[in-house]
Design a protein around this ligand. Structure first.
Ligand code: FAD
Length: 388
């Protein structure tokens, strides 16, 4: 098995790490009130980071999921809000447009994604149904060469900044999961309305939006009904990106904890010399190493989309691990860890997001549990090695 990164991957990680250290670290608190990190986005666009998931013919780098995960991990080590904003540009919405949209839409939007001028949002969650996709009510009616979109979506990220929204919707009222497709709508479409806003414990803002009989060209129906299975492929990529941020948050908090354990003294010596503290740091380090292994494996074996079960396990483990490790980092800092004087409380708040977005843990455990019950096949990669 090959465990090393390529020269190019190392160079990219080093470049992003330096930017995070020199620029992003100092201003990370600035975004906690919901301010969008435009400064960071512009600097990342100059490095080409925003175009990582965009194919080369539309101005991007067309990199595999592992490269994207490595960059999100670096960003997560410093700034959750920036990492989340970047995931919006390299994640599921870009993947859906790059894979399924007509040529004209790709040419119109994707170069702007690379330059940081076009922010994209994805709209799945509805006020009465998030996990329960089969009960989505948003509907698009096809009327000749026009579409009419009606419905409400909630808890949506980057609504104030996004130019275009990838909306999961029922098509012509067809019921169930099979009736779901995907429409693209821009923020200046008549009938597009932001109806309420939420501020999260992670720092970013979310919003609820309404589509009041919005008229769109028929080309904007980028995935027709019965496309849900195809859309899930893009979500399996997202399920490797979300835990990359979790991993980064855990690493960022761990680095702070190690530093503090060397500086802080109790009973006349650094707390890091005490066995109770060393065990704590050793366990944090162990958990981070395990998390990185399962995540990189899920990414490195993607072809082109990650295996759903590997991605689920990478997400389950890293999301839970990040909450544990960031919480322990607060403990290492004692009472100061609970204040804004040290970044560990910010890491903890960000880590709590992981198990909520991109597939809740209850759903993912169901997915993996079902596979275990039904049995693995020879096509199930490393999971197929267990014959039980
Ligand atoms: C920071 C943040 C950013 C977000 N950004 C976006 C975005 O950009 N676009 C978007 O569409 N959404 C976004 N969301 C919403 C997110 O995707 C949903 O919160 C998530 O899908 C869960 O849906 P829900 O909140 O409606 O919970 P529900 O579906 O109501 O679930 C509530 C609880 O019940 C559990 N549950 C549900 N069904 C089962 C079951 N069968 N068995 C066991 N347990 C079950 C869930 O796991 C959960 O714990 C964001 C959320 C957050 C926190």
């Amino acid at each position: 098995m090959e465990f090393s990164l390529t020269e190019e991957q190392r160079a990219m990680v080093e470049t992003v790490r330096a930017l995070c250290r020199d620029q992003f670290k100092g201003r990370a608190m600035k975004w906690m009130d919901g301010t969008f990190p435009w400064e960071n986005i512009k600097e990342l666009a100059e490095l080409g980071v925003l175009g990582m998931a965009v194919p080369e013919e539309y101005g991007g780098l067309g990199l595999p999921v592992l490269d994207t995960a490595l960059v999100l991990e670096e960003l997560g080590k410093t700034c959750y809000v920036t990492a989340m904003a970047v995931m919006g540009e390299v994640g599921v919405q870009t993947k859906i447009i790059a894979t399924y949209a007509p040529e004209e839409i790709k040419r119109r939007l994707l170069p702007g994604v690379c330059s940081g001028e076009v922010i994209l949002a994805v709209c799945m969650t509805e006020p009465h149904a998030g996990t329960d996709v089969a009960n989505f009510k948003t509907n698009v009616v096809v009327k000749g060469d026009r579409l009419v979109l009606k419905g409400t979506k909630t808890l949506i990220s980057r609504v104030d900044e996004a130019k275009a929204f990838v909306v999961f919707t029922r098509v012509d009222g067809k019921p169930g999961r099979e009736g779901i497709g995907c429409v693209l709508i821009e923020n200046d479409t008549p009938g597009f309305e932001i109806i309420s806003r939420y501020h999260t414990m992670g720092g970013e803002n979310l919003a609820e939006i309404q589509f009041n009989d919005c008229e769109l060209p028929v080309e904007n129906l980028i995935v027709k009904e019965d496309g849900f299975r195809r859309l899930l492929n893009a979500f399996n990529t997202q399920r490797c990106l979300n835990p990359s941020i979790s991993l980064g948050l855990a690493e960022g908090a761990f680095e702070e904890a190690v530093r503090y354990s060397r500086d802080r003294e109790a009973f006349g010596r650094p707390i890091g010399t005490m066995q109770g503290m060393r065990w704590k740091l050793a366990e944090m380090y162990r958990d981070i190493e395990v998390g990185r292994s399962v995540l990189y494996r899920a990414c490195a074996t993607a072809n082109p989309f990650p295996d759903p079960h590997m991605a689920a396990i990478a997400k389950l483990y890293n999301n839970e691990m990040a909450v544990r490790v960031t919480s322990e980092a607060i403990q290492v800092h004692g009472g100061y860890g609970f204040t804004d004087e040290f970044p560990v409380s910010r890491f903890y708040r960000g880590a709590r997001y992981g198990s909520l977005g991109g597939g809740t843990h209850e759903t993912l455990k169901d997915l993996v549990g079902k596979k275990i019950y039904n049995g693995f096949s020879d096509h199930d990669g490393f999971l197929g090695m267990g014959n039980f």
